[in-house]
Design a protein around this ligand. Structure first.
Ligand code: GDP
Ligand code: IMO
Ligand code: MG
Length: 432
């Protein structure tokens, strides 16, 4: 009886949603604990495909409680849209969804700041955010003075608070624009409109809101099984990722405790999710990126287009330097290798085993983003396999070269593989 957490070990979209849905069957509670509607998690079963942004991927099991914990930043419109879509698909929400009153709220000013600061001109390359207001909301949370939590929506002073914040934001938003042309597009915020809109959201969300922290601590005392669902990937972690080309939360293993409020000692199992190759959306260095036909082939076979923004994902070979780093950082106990089927049909497959930095071989992740942008991947080449594997049900039935590839990846990372995924469906999962 304990907590298991599922974290992405690359730059996001490792298919965490699929493995969370799969593992939910063994748990009583599933918790999303950081990030927001920048996440796009996909669950496929029974011939249907579901996209989730804020609601935990465990929501499809009616006997399981799905919690949005305090570390998540919530865009109420986005959350209500998701609730509606799930209701329409016949998914049981009413008794299962539980939202923390401590979680912070995303407002229109956050999205506007995101638009203005994403390409601020301070750096040569834009961060390429999802535009969901995530960074600005976390900035306000840490800054405190202009932050609003879910619980605040129900206080009598909520309208007054919004009026004060809007006055401050209207004062500085135009100054965030990097030039006059963009400044001309900044429209003043209307406090009354925002108050009316958010009062209505608050009313609709009310049945789901409560003290998730107390609930989870009671669950710990009662020795319940809890599954924690990470968003983004460890390389996008604000402290340990490729800063500043990261998201604004701790999306590696270090974020689980702060985001959920669960005691560290309770976490017994950490499943590190990896793609059999690498993808990244948005700006920032990506040592194994393939800008050629091979990258395009991976994109086509893996349908590598963003769940949230539909942007084409940048594709490349598996980077064992990055994953060894993030799996050690996260205290990973086992790996889940996803989208292995995408690699069928290659004569040879490369794995990055080290980097070359200014003529020297290194096996660690440089802290400086400009150094990381300069590294050249050192590859080991493994033989590929031609067979399609999406119908394979057991590890033994995989092609020999696919098994050799998995063994090498596991050896390079230094962690055992617990699951191999060969297709988006629940049943396309091999347990080792
Ligand atoms: P997440 O953000 O980590 O939950 O991942 P996304 O949902 O953004 O992206 C993963 C994509 O891969 C989704 O479209 C999944 O349906 C799909 N997928 C998951 N596992 C597999 C697999 O083993 N093979 C293939 N071909 N697709 C998969
Ligand atoms: P899931 O949970 C992939 C990326 C954005 C951008 C950077 C900052 O589906 O794996 P943000 O809007 O968070 O300020 O953007 O982080 N990013 C993701 N990339 N998967 C995600 O989530 C991501 N969430 C944010 O593309 O580069
Ligand atoms: Mg995703």
């Amino acid at each position: 009886m304990a907590a298991t957490c599922v974290i992405g070990l690359q730059w996001g979209d490792e298919a965490k949603g699929k493995i969370v849905d799969f593992l939910t069957a063994q748990n009583e509670i599933v918790v999303r604990y950081q990030g927001g509607a920048n996440a796009g998690h996909t669950v496929v079963f029974g011939g249907a495909k579901y996209k989730l942004s804020l609601i935990p991927s465990g929501i499809f099991r009616p006997e399981v409680r799905s919690c949005i914990a305090s570390g998540v930043v919530i865009d109420p419109a986005s959350l209500l849209g998701e609730i509606e879509r799930l209701r329409e698909s016949g998914v049981e929400i009413e008794k299962n969804l539980f939202i923390s009153n401590r979680a912070h709220v995303i407002f229109p000013w956050h999205k506007e700041e995101d638009r203005l600061m994403n390409d601020s001109g301070v750096r040569t390359e834009a961060i390429g955010t999802t535009g969901r207001g995530i960074g600005p909301c976390y900035r306000d949370k840490v800054g405190r003075s202009t932050a609003v939590r879910i619980g605040d929506l129900y206080r009598d002073d909520f309208p007054e608070k919004v009026r004060k914040i809007v006055a401050i934001k209207n004062g500085y938003l135009p100054g965030m624009a990097k030039n006059d042309e963009i400044r001309a597009t900044v429209k003043p915020l209307d406090a009354d409109e925002i108050i009316a809109e958010y009062t209505e959201y608050a009313k609709r969300l009310k049945p789901f809101v409560g003290d998730v922290v107390s609930y989870l601590l009671d669950a710990v005392d009662a020795d319940k099984n809890i599954l924690l669902e990470g968003a983004q990937g460890s390389m996008l972690d604000v402290d340990y990722g490729t800063f500043p080309y990261v998201t604004s939360s701790n999306s590696s293993g270090v974020g689980v405790i702060a985001g959920s409020g669960l005691p560290a000692r309770f976490i017994k199992r950490v499943v590190g999710v990896i793609k059999a190759y690498t993808t990244r959306v948005g700006g920032g260095p990506f040592p194994t990126e393939l800008k050629d036909d091979v990258g395009q082939r991976i994109r086509d076979r893996g349908h590598e287009y963003g769940t949230v923004t539909k942007r084409p994902r940048r594709c490349g070979w598996f980077d064992a330097v990055a994953v060894r780093y993030t799996s050690r950082l996260g205290g990973v106990s086992e790996l889940s290798v996803m989208l292995l089927d995408v690699l069928s049909g290659f004569d040879e497959i490369n794995v990055c085993v080290a980097y070359e930095l200014d003529g020297k071989r290194i096996d660690y992740m440089p802290a400086d983003v400009d150094e990381l942008a300069r590294v050249k991947p050192i590859y080991e080449t493994l033989p590929g396999w031609q067979e399609e594997i999406d119908q394979v049900k057991t590890y033994d039935a995989l092609p020999e070269n696919a098994k050799k590839y998995l063994e090498r990846v596991s050896q390079l990372i230094g962690k055992p593989i617990a699951f191999v995924s060969v297709g988006p469906g629940r049943e396309q999962t091999i347990i080792l």
